[in-house]
Design a binder for this molecule. Structure first.
Ligand code: ME8
Length: 647
């Protein structure tokens, strides 16, 4: 019987800096699902790649004095090296600079134009002549000048192509609210309220201010907007409207696109609109995960050195890193990365849990039976419970993988690891070993443990692919024993199995010493100098009583949306511990609603209410200025209760 096709994709990453642990999460998550599906017998296509066009890349290359292509070639190699290091087994790697992809993008753009969905219009905004750049009002610096060179800008108009969005608004709203396309569904409401309900604006899909992009074939002053270019990768990589590949009919529509929340909007609104306009089927699922944060901020390239995945992999092994990031991240929520949490998890789950289970079991088979078990079955107390749990495990893992909830799948597997360790304490093999008459029971107990390890390691293999074969060697399991089919069966290992002690799978890490070493690496890699700012003079002295007049409180953002008619304002609903309040804040340029919802902030609680753009604001969110003139919200310790006073 022909295998069922299964198509899963990561975003294609910008090669504008080295990959970091955030990129690792999505890629390793997709790799694990792809491996799980292969194990289940699917014919899998796992696609990843790089998104190589755009102004940012053009500028970075110019700074380095190389061509954009030379610039991306170098970084793409680092991405590929990291994926091989992390045991990421992709089936195809797409680069948007590949000729076949460019051909598809050009044909898509032309088809949308011919169908009347793309039209020529005028893009108006502020123009900086020396930089040859258009800026929107919200992008200008605090003096209304160019955010790059800080010179004056002029009102200007530029011809541009636009994609009509309104014909698709109803269908997209239904897709988001009435189907399970978007996972987790809670995010769909946010998208509909923030983008669809206020009216979907037509999208500007071409640029004339830089050259590093896909040229529009019928108007070569223009290059295609980088998101139209990038999103098309999911089908160009299958050979849609090009001759490089021939798998479109087999693999489209995709089973899962996995992305982080920052690019959800492009995948949940713009990509479906493009496909609808082309009359193509929509992907089946969009799985949206949160960010890996570090010190409360989205981990990004500038923080890359802090937790360089190569450095971490060198110290603990790629599988331990894979396990940690997959186990920590719940679909939809952010996950904060800390070296200490990672080390503790490696110690508890991998060294003490799984590693210990394997080494104790193998050591006992060697000690009590010289390495080969006699043919015995244990069917007494505790045995049936362990057997029932191991045989029920596969179905539970399947269910979570179907829902792309990898952390929960791993939690289920590790419940069986704990259960098996507990079984050792319950059955006390060292007591059984004292009496020759108990030897048959002892052999049966050890056989059950080997079976539990076989089941657990078979199901863990997609997540930790390089460690599991080492376990199989130790427990005497052959390739045919560790299949998906056998993962729900008991009694698969040969009754007279021979074990073979091996190296320690996950050496225990000395937490204190390790943190000290990591901290010194972090300190070495930290930017040497703080960015310079013009420090404002300190305000005139005030008495303590005056300070106490300002009532600062902790409040949690329960809801947040953009203020209509304003590019700068966000309207936040806050739980202030006193019944709640609404605050309007001018931070829309730097934060989107999903960055803030669920977080605690500091507010000036007794500020006189004002009305901004017709919306009432009771108080103010406390924020600071960066060297670049951006605003950064002050996030207090998140354990402070709502309403608590700051002084
Ligand atoms: O957005 N935590 O590329 P990009 C979790 N080229 N995931 C993170 C992360 C973090 N701190 N940082 C990055 C682009 N990611 C576009 C995509 S797709 C048609 C075009 C992951 O290099 C996450 O998967 O900025 C996020 O969606 C992706 O990297 C964005 O990568």
């Amino acid at each position: 019987m022909a295998k069922k096709p299964y198509y899963i994709t990561t975003p294609i990453y910008y090669p504008s800096g080295n990959p970091h642990i955030g990129h690792c999460y999505t890629t390793v998550a997709c790799d694990s699902i792809a491996r799980y599906r292969r194990m289940q017998g699917y014919d899998v296509m796992f696609l990843t790649g790089t998104d190589e066009h755009g102004l940012k890349i053009e500028q970075k290359a110019a700074e380095k004095g190389v061509t954009p292509k030379q610039y991306v070639d170098e970084i793409v190699e680092i991405f590929k090296k990291l994926w091989s290091y992390m045991n990421v087994d992709f089936d195809r790697y797409i680069r948007t600079t590949d000729d076949y992809h460019v051909e598809t993008v050009q044909k898509i753009f032309k088809a949308l134009y011919d169908k009347g969905y793309i039209y020529k219009g005028e893009y108006s905004g502020k123009y900086c002549t020396p930089c040859e750049s258009f800026w929107t009002d919200s992008q200008l610096d605090e003096n209304g000048c160019c955010p790059e060179c800080h010179r004056e800008v002029v009102e200007a108009k530029e011809e541009a192509y636009f994609l009509k969005m309104s014909p698709f608004a109803d269908r997209i709203e239904k897709l988001l609210t009435e189907t399970d396309f978007l996972q987790p569904k809670t995010r769909a409401v946010e998208l509909v309220n923030n983008f669809i309900k206020p009216g979907l604006e037509d999208l500007c899909v071409s640029r004339t201010t830089f050259k590093w992009g896909v040229p529009v074939t019928f108007d070569d002053k223009h290059v295609v907007y980088v998101w139209i270019d990038a999103l098309s990768n999911y089908i160009s990589a299958l050979g849609f409207w090009n001759d490089a590949y021939n798998d479109y009919d087999k693999f489209w529509p995709a089973d899962v696109h996995m992305v982080a929340k920052d690019i959800m909007r492009f995948h949940a609104i713009i990509w479906p609109a493009m496909l609808m306009a082309l009359d193509l089927p929509l992907p089946k699922h969009l799985a949206v995960h949160g960010w890996i944060t570090f010190n409360g901020q989205k981990m990004s390239k500038s923080l890359g050195n802090v937790v360089d995945p190569f450095v971490l992999g060198e110290r603990y092994g790629a599988d331990a890193i894979r396990y940690h990031i997959l186990r920590e991240m719940a679909l939809g929520a952010d996950s904060s990365f800390s070296n200490e949490i990672m080390i503790n998890r490696i110690n508890s789950d991998l060294a003490n849990g799984l590693g210990n289970l394997v080494s104790r079991t193998v050591a006992m088979v060697e000690k009590y039976f010289g390495g080969t078990l006699p043919k015995e079955k244990a069917e007494g107390e505790f045995d049936s419970e362990l057997i029932a749990e191991m045989t029920a495990l596969r179905a539970k893992v399947d269910e979570f993988i179907d829902k792309t909830q990898i952390n929960n799948a791993l939690a289920e597997i590790f419940k069986v690891v704990s259960r098996a360790n507990k079984y050792i304490d319950e059955t006390a093999p060292w007591v059984l070993a004292k009496d020759e008459a108990n030897k048959p029971r002892l052999a049966g107990v050890l056989y059950n443990l080997l079976e539990a390890i076989r089941v657990v390691s078979s199901l863990l293999c997609p997540f930790m692919p390089s460690t599991m074969p080492k376990i199989w060697e130790q427990i005497g399991a052959g390739e045919a024993d560790v299949t998906y089919e056998n993962a729900e069966k008991y009694g698969v290992l040969f009754a007279e199995v021979t074990v073979k002690r091996g190296d320690v799978l996950f050496p225990r890490i000395d937490v204190e010493k390790e943190i000290e070493e990591l901290n010194s690496i972090i300190a070495k890699n930290a930017p040497k100098e703080e960015p310079e700012i013009e420090v404002e003079p300190v305000a005139p002295e005030i008495a303590f009583d005056d300070f106490m007049k300002v009532d600062l409180r902790v409040a949690k953002v329960t809801a947040c949306e953009k203020v209509k008619k304003s590019k700068k304002l966000l309207c936040l609903q806050l739980d202030d511990g006193m019944g709640g309040r609404q605050v309007v804040s001018g931070i829309a340029q730097w934060y989107s609603p999903e960055d803030l919802i669920g977080k605690k902030v500091v507010i000036v609680a007794n500020l006189k209410p004002v009305t901004l753009c017709g919306v009432e604001s009771k108080g103010m969110i406390v924020a600071g200025d960066t060297a670049d003139g951006d605003a950064k919200v002050i996030f207090p310790d998140q354990s402070l209760p709502c309403g608590s006073k700051i002084h």
